[in-house]
Write a protein that binds this ligand. Structure first.
Ligand SMILES: [Fe+2]
Ligand SMILES: [Fe+2]
Length: 143
């Protein structure tokens, strides 16, 4: 969400939307895991895993995002294996579903890393220009 706020502030529309959409999906992951924990008669401890990293450079934000997804993929794959070993098919399926989502997130961020490498600053500039155009309306039409 921190990255989404900054992309939005800088007018980087596409990346802002991608980070926002992904953050919402991550919140849904929390809900799905919490639901399963409560079904299993556990309790949910709502604590932040880590402090928000105040990274503001765009390659740095994408690097953080791809690293986070990679770590999540590894962790949920491990959890799915452990659930399988303990004959808990439903929780295994939950973690397998999460792996699918995290791999998709990784792919989306990785595509953006590639786009920035290929097109450089102009790729970001174009997004900011599209935002300005959308805000001010068609050329010559503004009052
Ligand atoms: Fe997630
Ligand atoms: Fe993710």
């Amino acid at each position: 969400m921190y990255f989404h706020f900054h992309f939005d502030d800088q007018g980087i529309e596409l990346l802002s939307a991608l980070f926002k959409r992904t953050a919402i999906e991550e919140m849904q992951h929390v809900e799905r895991i919490a639901d399963r924990i409560l079904y299993l008669k556990g309790d949910v401890i709502m604590e932040a895993n880590a402090k928000v990293q105040q990274i503001r450079d765009i390659p740095g934000m994408l690097e953080w995002a791809t690293n986070s997804e990679t770590a999540a993929i590894k962790m949920y794959n491990q959890f799915a294996l452990e659930c399988g070993a303990n004959a808990d098919t439903a929780t295994k399926k939950l973690f397998e579903d999460l792996v699918m989502d995290e791999e998709r997130h990784f792919g989306q961020y990785d595509d953006e890393v590639d786009n920035i490498e290929r097109f450089g600053e102009s790729y970001l500039a174009q997004q900011a220009m599209e935002r300005s155009k959308a805000k001010t309306g068609p050329a010559g039409g503004g009052a």
